[in-house]
Design a protein around this ligand. Structure first.
Ligand code: FES
Ligand code: FES
Length: 156
């Protein structure tokens, strides 16, 4: 089947998509967007998080066919053209990136949280990011990064 989809504000098409194919696979393997990571492919780790019509989803659990005609924003679409988004910059500065495998999903999920609440408490951050697993950082630096980014987004 042919997939027609809007990704990061641009209309895109992919040919040869099969019925059982995930949105994650289509993004990475057909549409040249490898930012969303494939770690568990079971909805357990959050590394594949993207927005679909403004809602945070695990793209490994969404069929590419379900995304037909929808608007998808990936981690690549969060950054402005000329640099890093506040959330991305804060993750770097806070040392919240180690192997980086979880980072794209955490960036999208943190962006989602901070779009709704720029000053989340520690428990609110932990709850919002509970679906995003990180094996490296111990999460403290991620929480620091979210707070830094929230302050900057509020001030911007
Ligand atoms: S790869 Fe989608 S939740 Fe882990
Ligand atoms: S930085 Fe390695 S899994 Fe999070």
């Amino acid at each position: 089947m042919k997939l027609k989809i809007t990704i990061n504000g641009e209309p895109r098409e992919a040919d040869g998509v099969w019925e059982g194919e995930s949105l994650l696979y289509a993004l990475r393997e057909r549409l040249g967007l490898p930012g969303s990571k494939n770690a568990c492919e079971q909805g357990e780790c959050g590394s594949c998080s993207v927005y679909m019509d403004g809602t945070l989803v695990c793209s490994c659990l969404v069929l590419a066919a379900q995304a037909e005609g929808r608007e998808v924003v990936t981690v690549e679409g969060i950054a402005p053209e000329d640099g890093l988004h506040e959330v991305q910059q804060a993750f770097v500065e806070a040392g919240a990136v180690q192997c980086g495998f979880c980072t794209p999903g955490l960036i999208v999920a943190s962006h989602d949280l901070l779009s709704r609440n720029a000053r989340p408490s520690d428990p609110e951050i932990r709850e919002a990011l509970a679906g995003n697993l990180c094996r490296c950082t111990g999460y403290e630096k991620i929480i620091d990064a979210v707070k830094i980014a929230g302050e900057r987004m509020e001030a911007a």
